[in-house]
Design a protein around this ligand. Structure first.
Ligand code: ADP
Length: 481
């Protein structure tokens, strides 16, 4: 999927938005329906029942006034009858306007027609009375009674119908709300996992290539400069990967230029330095005539500094060879003890001058190891040399060797200044030195431990340091048998 991060995020959000919108719309539709039904119950059926009561009352009033009028023939009674009749018609019209079903309309029409019949009968009676003509009073009474009876029956039926309608609607509301709840729960049950899956997939499609970029950054930090980061999507991270690869290629070129420069410079420096040293030694031996005491002192300093410079140049050359993978190792099965003895002997002079006790502890069962003799000697020289170099007058340096889980372990322990925790991880990198107090300020190149690490790693071993500032340090290496 070659979608940009932007499109992925927008799609994800849109998908979730659509789901939420769908649920929202469904809820709104249901609520609208409930609203309509509730309005019918409250605004139609209840009001119709109310009006039905009123038309019933006005019909009874009409009957009362009409009967009294027929006996007393008082005009005011006729007026009151007419008022009750008008009320009846007004309420009936209101019911007709409210009636929301043909059934309700049919009821009110029937009621109105029975009422009309009752009205007509009474009007005719009034005409007979006004004209003073005799008429069949009993027949009229009976006819009016039938019309009123029929109207009241219809009213009763209409009320019952409205009540039944309300009841059915309430039942329907309950059913619909149960149904809506089921649908709501189903939608949520389906869409929620779906939304989680969409969100997870989109996030993963962004974070997975990002973790590749992070891993690559760590590789570069550790000095591995391979331009093999391959990310095809999302395109933004693909571009980032290309930029990383380009950066690695460039860094590799720069690193090679630097190594070439170092090895070339070392070569160029070693030859004149060796000549200076040889010349100085010859002068010290008196080849150019007997030197005065002061001249001898100066010549000795020149010779020592030349040695230091040659050592440094050699280290730079070794390191650049090792970094370029061009260092050749000649492996033989060796007993480490003579190598330790030789490195101790070489450090002996300085140790003696500083009054440092140099101790070798051999744990029984030291195995022979497959090593490049000269390189392991270089390791021992560096570690023991550093231990003596950084330990103050009267201190102690112990070298112990012994078997550990079938391998060989060598530990060089001193009572020197120790190394603060923050430097433990970096002192094996080239040119890294720990800032020292005046008492321990010693000249160095910062290359020895980098060489040690390269050599031990090339042997398939491991080297590390354990230290407590103010108490001392232990440099430990393990070599496979
Ligand atoms: P150099 O000794 O030439 O400076 P190294 O690579 O041998 O370079 O050592 C790097 C740094 O590690 C030293 O400068 C020193 O600060 C610290 N170091 C090495 N060995 C010891 C030790 N035995 N005790 C305290 N610090 C040490």
């Amino acid at each position: 999927m070659k979608w940009s991060i932007f499109s992925r995020l927008v799609t994800g959000y849109l998908a979730i938005f659509v789901l939420v919108l769908a649920i929202g719309l469904y809820a709104v539709m249901q609520l609208r329906h409930y609203n309509t039904v509730t309005r019918t119950i409250l605004g139609v059926n209840n009001v119709v029942i109310d009006y039905e009561k009123k038309i019933g009352d006005s019909l009874l009033s009409q009957i009362r006034y009409e009967r009294k009028y027929l006996i007393i023939k008082d005009k005011s009674l006729y007026v009151q009858f007419t008022a009750a009749k008008n009320d009846f018609i007004r309420y009936a019209d209101a019911i007709l306007a409210l009636a929301d079903t043909p059934r309700k309309q049919a009821f009110i029409r029937k009621i109105s027609s029975y009422h009309k019949r009752y009205q007509d009968l009474f009007a005719r009676e009034v005409e007979y009375l006004t004209a003073g003509e005799p008429y069949e009073q009993d027949r009229f009474r009976q006819e009016k009674g039938k019309a009123v009876e029929a109207a009241l029956e219809e009213m009763k039926a209409m009320r019952a119908h409205c009540q039944q309608d309300s009841y059915e609607k309430i039942l329907m509301l309950r059913e619909r709300s149960d149904h809506a709840r089921t649908i709501g729960v189903t939608i949520a049950a389906v869409t929620l996992p779906l939304a989680i899956i969409v969100a997870f997939t989109i996030t993963r499609s962004i974070t997975r290539p990002l973790s590749l970029v992070i891993a690559k950054t760590r590789e570069i930090e550790e000095g591995v400069l391979k331009d093999d980061l391959s990310i095809s999507s999302p395109p933004e991270l693909g571009e980032l990967a290309k930029a990383f690869n380009a950066m690695c290629s460039k860094l590799k070129r720069v690193d090679k230029m630097k190594s070439d420069f170092f090895s070339c410079m070392s070569h160029e420096l070693r030859t004149p330095l060796t000549s200076i040293k040889e010349g100085t030694n010859l002068l010290l031996e008196g080849v150019g005539g007997e030197a005065s005491e002061r001249q001898r002192k100066l010549l000795t300093i020149i010779s020592q500094e030349s040695d230091r410079m040659i050592g440094m140049v050699n280290s730079v050359m070794d390191l650049s060879k090792m970094e370029a993978g061009m260092m050749e190792f000649t492996y033989t099965m060796e007993d480490i003890r003579p190598l330790i003895a030789r490195a101790v002997e070489e450090a002996g002079l300085l140790a003696e001058a500083k009054g440092i006790e140099l101790l070798v502890e051999e744990i029984p069962g030291i195995p022979e190891v497959r090593v490049d003799r000269e390189r392991i000697l270089q390791v021992l020289r560096n570690l023991i040399g550093n231990a003596v170099k950084f330990t103050l007058h009267g201190g102690k340096v112990t070298i112990s060797a012994g078997p550990v889980t079938g391998n060989l372990m060598v530990v060089v322990t001193d009572t020197g200044p120790g190394i603060a925790k923050e430097y433990l991880g970096t002192i094996f990198d080239k040119f890294q030195q720990v800032p020292q107090t005046d008492a321990y300020r010693i000249k160095g190149s910062g290359l020895g431990l980098a060489l040690v690490k390269h050599i031990i790693t090339a042997h398939g071993g491991k080297v590390w340091v354990e230290s407590e500032p103010g108490k001392g340090s232990s440099f430990i290496f393990i070599l496979p048998v």
